[in-house]
Design a protein around this ligand. Structure first.
Ligand code: ACM
Ligand code: ZN
Length: 754
């Protein structure tokens, strides 16, 4: 690959760049600084034969800062180009996005094989001009560049919340700025059908509305009471967006969800379900049992829908969803069961596979290919399907090993609906924790693949689900700056070891976003806090990736100012209080205010052991999390809670000496949609030797349910050194619930003792 011989040159040029650092994102494969400077002229003279559309885009992007003039004549020309059409074959495919920029004291010259390569070069040039326009001169240099991955995508869910054509175009502009080339448009889901289909007008007349929407945290089960919609794109609007994207060399991949996530479609055409209905577009988030029934009528409907979709979208791939399809209705549907028998399918997973294969055959017959979420692997992959690996990386690995293409979009790195900073100082989000450095650390090729298999990894994508994203300002907030990290990961020049260098470039790009009035997240400035055991109690460590001398904090609940205490070393937490902290630079507040409340009890900071460890994704600070003085917040799953799948919590606390107490408290969560169930029982024991334990209290399922998981137990007065608490997992999830027959999750936060 071209990349390898670039590496040495990149290292050399990095040395030279120490003085003259280019703030480019994604960073190019190869940068060589040369002697001399190109002086930015009053009037930028462009050669007359530059590709028109791309050059007009370039002029528009920086036109307010530069004057341009085309010339056909000889004489001084500042921007020229040459496009050498590629030889055909696989080489041509690889060279499509290649470009070379030579900046000499005399002029800027771009070489590429395609207009797309020229367009990518212009994106680089725009960033260079942004950086040097105040100095009015650009160092001479040579940049040779091309992406590592062919699929560099961003997804947008317009079903949970709708975004206008203008907003979608802005979104596409952001992709273009950072050299992403694929826009995955999630157009249908349970909560709304958003694309006009002429043959089935009820899809948008009925399916583009819902009665109301869920608000706040899922567990609160609260609704806004306001009708939502009708919101959808007409076919004319879709054509307009596709053309707009095409002008920016971005492929739009439409997603039509099947067989699950189909409630909005079923609300319009209930005859396509297994049961009678009526159905309504969903008002809450999650996964719903009513899905498309695989009958001939349904396939005819979907084929007709796809015919119109394929006319509107020229993309090679059509996304057919395929994720999160409960088999509840299929299990009880006579037609579905008959179909399983007739086709010798193993079970309902086989039926899912039958469904997808039948759709694939149709789409292939029209000269297109399907891509679907990794559940399309269930029951056997369709012969030519590509897999979008979201539940983790295993779907991508399995696909690549079977010589199917895969796009990597694992939730832990690529879900931009997750929090990007401490949830305490962030707007409400879906959950999870995916800060900028986490995205930047992602490597799309799984280590499990050999070189040949790795070729099936088409690329990488981030997804923006919009359950908790109510407007476009919040879209901007959630994608920036994480989109920049994705961009460099997809380009193939990211290096987690150089995160700090990347972060500096990100901060320089904030100026560009400021000018565009983009509401980006400033979470990278935020203070991170970490509780540590200290002197038989706890202390709180504050840190920032910026200058540590900029941290100020208070302990009295007031908002920190530049005059508050300067953070030096960890802050001791002797009693219940709230630490508020913030980051200041040049006397100005740069971060959000971080706020951490501590509830100190007799167990806080004491030695604690767990007989079984929490699951890896929810192990946060290990057993210590249960005595760190932080009561779990439902917004902070994975940060302040420990999660145990199918396991009980058996914790022993050592007070260090015989201690009086008469109260114990802890919380367990319930979020059945995420397979999280309340504990079944809890038992409390005491001991003085850590061997013989005496039971002093037991509560059952009903007590826990009545307390809604917030357990507070009054005890007879105790005096003991060791306290053991056993919290019983709900076990196997009963039928009728999401995740039925799987192991339930038990979430526990803090064990307090008074
Ligand atoms: C997904 O997040 N359900 C693909
Ligand atoms: Zn059925």
């Amino acid at each position: 690959m071209v990349r390898n011989f670039f590496i040495l040159l990149v290292l050399l040029s990095n040395l030279m760049l120490a003085q003259n650092k280019l703030n480019l994102i994604p960073y190019p494969q190869k940068v060589q600084l040369l002697e001399g400077e190109f002086v930015i002229p009053e009037i930028f003279v462009l050669s007359g034969d530059l590709p028109k559309e791309e050059t007009e885009y370039f002029k528009k992007r920086i036109g307010s800062q530069l004057k341009f003039q085309y010339t056909q004549k000889g004489g001084e020309i500042h921007l020229t180009n040459s496009i050498i059409p590629p030889a055909s074959g696989t080489d041509a495919e690889q060279k499509k996005e290649y470009y070379l920029i030579e900046i000499s004291p005399k002029q800027i010259h771009i070489k590429s094989y395609t207009k797309q390569g020229y367009f990518l070069a212009l994106q680089t040039l725009i960033q260079i001009i942004e950086q040097y326009k105040e100095e009015k001169k650009i160092p001479a240099m040579k940049i040779e560049d091309q992406p590592k991955f062919a699929w560099r995508g961003m997804h947008l869910d317009v079903c949970r919340h709708f975004f206008t054509v203008d907003e979608v175009k802005q979104y596409i502009d952001y992709l273009a700025m950072y050299k992403l080339n694929t826009f995955h448009w999630h157009l249908t889901d349970d909560q709304g059908w958003r694309i006009e289909i002429k043959k089935y007008p009820k899809l948008t007349q009925i399916g583009s509305k819902r009665k109301e929407s869920m608000i706040g945290a899922y567990v609160d089960n609260t609704f806004d009471g306001k009708p939502y919609g009708p919101y959808f794109y007409t076919q004319e609007q879709i054509k307009d967006v596709v053309k707009y994207a095409n002008e920016r060399h971005i492929t739009v991949v439409p997603e039509i969800e099947m067989p699950g996530h189909a409630l909005a479609a079923l609300s319009a055409y209930p005859e396509l379900a297994c049961t009678q209905g009526p159905f309504e577009s969903a008002t809450k988030w999650g996964v719903f049992d009513d899905v498309f029934c695989p009958k001939d009528e349904t396939f005819t409907f979907l084929e007709n829908v796809l015919d119109e979709v394929m006319k509107l979208f020229p993309s090679q791939y059509i996304h057919i969803g395929g994720d999160e399809c409960p088999k509840t209705r299929w299990k009880e549907c006579a037609h579905c069961q008959e179909l399983i028998r007739k086709n010798n399918l193993k079970d309902e997973h086989g039926l899912q596979s039958y469904f997808i294969k039948r759709i694939e055959k149709y789409i292939n017959s029209k000269g297109r290919k399907i891509i679907g979420w990794d559940e399309i692997l269930e029951g056997g992959l369709a012969p030519n399907a590509a897999v979008m690996s979201w539940t983790g990386v295993n779907g991508g690995i399995e696909a690549a090993k079977a010589k199917h293409f895969a796009v990597m979009t694992p939730g832990a790195y690529c879900y931009f609906d997750h929090y990007q900073g401490d949830p305490q100082s962030e707007p409400n989000a879906f959950g999870g924790f995916t800060p900028l450095d986490k995205v930047y650390s992602y490597s799309p090729i799984p280590a499990e693949l050999n070189a040949e298999q790795a070729q099936y990894i088409l690329g990488v994508q981030a997804n923006l689900w919009t359950e908790y994203i109510l407007d476009f300002k919040q879209v901007q907030y959630m994608i920036f700056p994480r989109l920049m990290a994705l961009s460099e990961v997809g380009w193939g020049t990211s290096d987690p070891k150089n995160y700090k260098d990347f972060e500096d470039r990100v901060i320089s790009h904030f100026k560009i976003l400021d000018k565009m009035n983009v509401n980006y997240a400033k979470s990278i400035y935020n203070i991170s806090g970490k509780v540590i055991p200290s002197n038989n109690g706890i202390a709180y460590e504050l840190s920032t990736s910026q200058n540590p001398n900029g941290i100020r904090y208070t302990l009295d609940g007031t908002v920190p100012t530049i005059n508050s205490k300067t953070y030096q070393t960890s802050v001791s937490i002797p009693n219940s209080l709230t630490v508020k902290s913030a980051y200041f630079e040049d006397g100005r507040l740069k971060s959000a205010i971080s706020s951490q409340q501590f509830t100190v009890s007799k167990s806080t900071g004491k030695k604690i052991t767990l007989e079984q460890q929490p699951s890896e994704n929810y192990s946060f600070g290990g057993a210590f999390t249960l005595v760190d003085g932080i009561i779990g917040n439902v917004k902070q799953l994975g940060k302040t809670w420990l999660g145990f799948q199918g396991k009980d919590v058996v914790a022993t606390i050592d007070f260090g000496q015989k201690t009086d107490f008469s109260e114990i408290y802890f919380n367990t969560l319930e979020n059945k949609g995420s397979w999280i169930h309340l504990a079944k029982s809890a038992k409390i024991f005491v001991s003085d030797d850590n061997k013989d334990f005496k039971i002093i209290m037991e509560i059952g399922k009903e007590d826990i349910q009545n307390a809604k998981g917030k357990i507070q137990l009054k005890l007879d007065k105790q005096n003991a050194r060791y306290l053991k608490i056993m919290i019983e997992n709900a076990g196997i999830i009963p039928s009728g619930n999401p995740g039925a027959d799987s192991k339930a999750w038990l979430f526990v936060d803090e064990i307090g003792v008074n």
